[in-house]
Design a protein around this ligand. Structure first.
Ligand code: GTP
Length: 556
């Protein structure tokens, strides 16, 4: 394929604005997949993606499109929609020469529309605004076009109005990709140079890396090197993604495809890394940074006998996700487990959900924490305010965009849920890391019958300690079932107890209802009680429900 008939593009959008649906239509119209009713988010392959309707791992597809008598190769690079995966979005953008920015015709510009727009804008890519869902009864494309002009300074004439669901005007989108996005400028004569923008692990073939070739070409059997690790590999297989793998003999500059080269771990094919030929070293592409965990949580088997099973499940899942950091950990209360680091909250939830769904693991997840830098000194005297407003912009008469500086700790547990519920679902939210700030923080312990449970220890702002401690004790009282003895729940700072609740003793005699001697019924009730216990974790002699570690931190 001559480079001037190649287009590499991404679709970026706020969650649910229709990125995957549009991708399905584009695949159908270019014959990559057959037209059926069943094409629902073909590129979203994971079960968790289908259930939650979100994209977690980016997928890629090469499309063949005929336009004015010419054949074009359009490489559609899918991106995850969520902020947790911003780095993956920016790496995918690095493989493209333009983007489709989708905005829902009813909801208009949302938080991730803005965040994604800036990623594309900073990468200096042409942006084609696409207004989707014009078939909706309350669609208001005029208003959305005006928003796009106000906020992004893109003339309204450039917007394409479509319904991805019905296929209306989707052809115009393909034409715009060809007309408005430039072909990649690359030479096949220069040394081979490729960007790794995604990777996943296959049990039989090892790591499958998705690459965008920026220069030269690569063939089966070539010896290649990953620039940041400096390791050498032999290429076993390569090809295009249509969207299924389509092996070819070579990949050229301007093309996007996959490569298999005997890498055993996705950490060897890190997103953002550069590949080159062993005999022709090149300057690595700019912008590489190793994934950095921002949210940490402990994970423990509900029963220690499940340790080995959970370990292999975590190992297998992390084989596919180089951004999760894993460290062995153990706690007095919960036994042996791990401390895992994630890019963000959704990333953590998705990981946990996959453990439970794909590996049938039963996991205790402790409350997520964020990294702090501690200065060990007597007092920190600096006054701290927990949220600082940075700016406010009216998008139109119905919507306002506000920027705040927040401590990550304040948004890590349930901020998003609270925001959604107080705004009846209208507000949307996005964040980026702005570095460490000084604050007056103290460590608060939670004690069950006088014994500190380190998984419930939190770092709180000094002025909030009393209220938080009291609320946590109350919630623990509500969520720990009564047991055969009294349980004291206390919050303490150092040796000073600041709050206390008591859970009264109670014996739940499940057999009380069973008069007469029906043994099968008796067995059934005892079994049911035992199953209830499976969701519990024994700390000392106290049975604690496994979800308490997170629910105790949720604000009502
Ligand atoms: P993420 O992958 O999480 O970023 O979501 P997405 O942007 O890929 O959204 P998706 O394609 O999954 O669409 C979200 C919802 O909107 C689905 O229920 C779609 O059926 C619906 N939808 C998409 N396009 C249209 C459209 O043109 N009209 C209508 N009425 N609904 C649409």
């Amino acid at each position: 394929f001559p480079a001037d008939r190649i287009r590499n593009f991404c679709i970026i959008a706020h969650i649910d604005h229709g990125k995957s649906t549009l991708a399905d239509r584009l695949l159908e119209m270019t014959g990559a997949i057959a037209k059926t009713d069943k094409n629902k988010q073909v590129l979203d392959k994971l079960q968790v993606e289908r259930e939650r309707g979100i994209t977690v791992k980016a997928q890629t597809a090469s499309l063949f499109y005929s336009h004015e008598g010419q054949q074009y190769l359009l490489n559609l690079i899918d991106t995850p929609g969520h902020v947790d995966f911003n780095y993956e979005v920016s790496r995918s953008l690095a493989a493209c020469q333009g983007v489709l920015l989708i905005v829902d015709a009813n909801q208009g510009i949302q938080a991730q529309t803005v965040a994604n727009f800036y990623l594309a804008f900073e990468a200096q890519l042409p942006i084609i605004p696409v207004i989707n869902k014009i078939d909706l009864k309350n669609a208001d494309p005029d208003r959305v076009e005006a928003q796009i002009e106000t906020v992004f300074d893109i003339p309204t004439e450039e917007c394409i109005r479509i319904s991805a669901k019905l296929g209306t005007n989707v052809e115009k989108v393909l034409q715009a990709v060809v007309d408005r996005i430039p072909p990649p400028v690359m030479s096949t004569d220069s040394p081979f140079k490729a960007l790794v923008f995604d990777s996943n692990f296959d049990h039989y073939r090892g790591v499958v890396a998705n690459i965008a070739v920026f220069g030269g070409q690569v063939r089966k059997g070539d010896k290649i090197v990953s620039a940041h690790l400096g390791k050498t590999y032999e290429v076993n297989e390569l090809g295009l993604l249509r969207p299924d793998e389509y092996p070819t003999q070579r990949l050229f500059a301007g093309q996007v495809g996959y490569i298999i080269a005997g890498m055993k771990d996705v950490k060897e094919a890190q997103i953002g890394d550069t590949l080159h030929l062993q005999e022709q070293p090149v300057e690595p592409l700019p912008g590489f940074k190793p994934a950095k965990a921002m949210v940490f949580a402990g994970m423990y088997p509900v029963d220690q006998s499940e340790y080995i099973g959970l370990r292999s499940a975590i190992e297998r899942l992390t084989l596919n996700d180089s951004s999760v950091s894993v460290q062995r950990d153990s706690s007095l209360a919960l036994g042996a487990g791990w401390r895992l680091g994630f890019l963000g909250l959704l990333h953590m939830e998705v990981f946990n959900q996959r453990l439970e769904q794909e590996y049938n693991a039963s996991v205790i997840v402790t409350a997520p924490t964020v990294p702090y830098k501690a200065v060990l000194s007597s007092a920190k005297l600096i006054k701290s305010c927990r949220a600082v407003q940075k700016n406010m912009v009216y998008i139109d008469d119905q919507r306002v965009m506000m920027k705040y500086l927040f401590p990550l700790n304040e948004i890590v547990v349930d901020f998003y849920d609270l925001l959604k519920s107080i705004s009846s679902g209208y507000a949307s939210f996005d964040y980026e890391n702005s570095g460490y700030q000084t604050a007056d923080l103290i460590k608060m312990d939670i004690l069950l019958n006088g014994r500190p449970v380190e998984e419930l220890t939190t770092i709180v702002h000094r002025q909030r300690a009393y209220n938080t401690g009291k609320a946590m004790c109350e919630r623990l009282k509500d969520s720990i079932p009564r047991q055969m003895f009294e349980i004291a729940v206390q919050a303490a700072i150092g040796s000073k107890v600041i709050a206390r609740e008591t859970i009264k003793a109670y014996r739940k005699n499940v057999l009380a209802k069973c008069y007469g001697g029906d043994i099968t019924r008796k067995m059934k009730l005892l079994k049911k009680q035992a199953e209830g216990k499976k969701k519990m974790r024994r700390i000392g002699n106290i049975d604690v429900p496994k979800d308490v570690f997170i629910s105790v931190l949720k604000r009502k």
